[in-house]
Design a protein around this ligand. Structure first.
Ligand SMILES: [Zn+2]
Length: 166
């Protein structure tokens, strides 16, 4: 299953060359994970038996940029958009504290923290990962090159040969 940013250029089936019925997909702006997202991921893993959760972020992410601007200016957007920004903000603060200054470093920190946060917050997911039945992998997508880099992972990451479509 895939949990990714809602950015229009991150269409999961197109990026990973999958078709109807192949992927269980959850996407939010900046891949922020509230209770409904965690519940959806738990559904994918426990009910559908997904062996892999991919967290897909990307360079030049608008949500991460918005959090960076809000941190710099001290102005969090009004409405529910503010909730998205506030959920990204800890990643921006963490990356800045580590000495990073550019958006793409913030993005990678946010992907890593999202992966760690899913496993840290969902007891079900942590149990499946610890039992070796599921892996959670953070990938950063480069829009211009259409390539991904692995940022971090928990659990047994499948190899390409495990993929029935190859
Ligand atoms: Zn994005």
């Amino acid at each position: 299953m895939l949990f990714g940013c809602s950015d229009s250029r991150l269409a999961a089936e197109i990026i990973f060359d999958r078709g109807l019925g192949d992927l269980f997909v959850v996407r939010t702006a900046g891949h922020v994970a509230g209770p409904e997202v965690l519940g959806s991921i738990e559904y994918g893993v426990s009910v559908l038996g997904a062996p892999l959760v991919v967290v897909l972020g990307h360079d030049s992410c608008g949500a991460v940029t918005a959090a960076s601007v809000a941190d710099r200016d001290g102005n969090v957007p009004v409405g529910y958009l503010g909730d998205v920004v506030e959920r990204v903000m800890p990643s921006v603060l963490s990356a800045r504290a580590a000495g990073h200054t550019d958006i793409d470093a913030f993005v990678r920190t946010h992907i890593r923290r999202t992966v760690d946060g899913l496993v840290g917050r969902s007891v079900l997911l942590a149990t499946e990962v610890a039992a070796g039945r599921c892996a959670v992998v953070g990938l950063s997508y480069r829009l211009a090159e259409s390539t991904v880099d692995m940022v971090n992972s928990h659990g047994p990451v499948p190899t390409v040969s495990d993929n029935p479509h190859q």
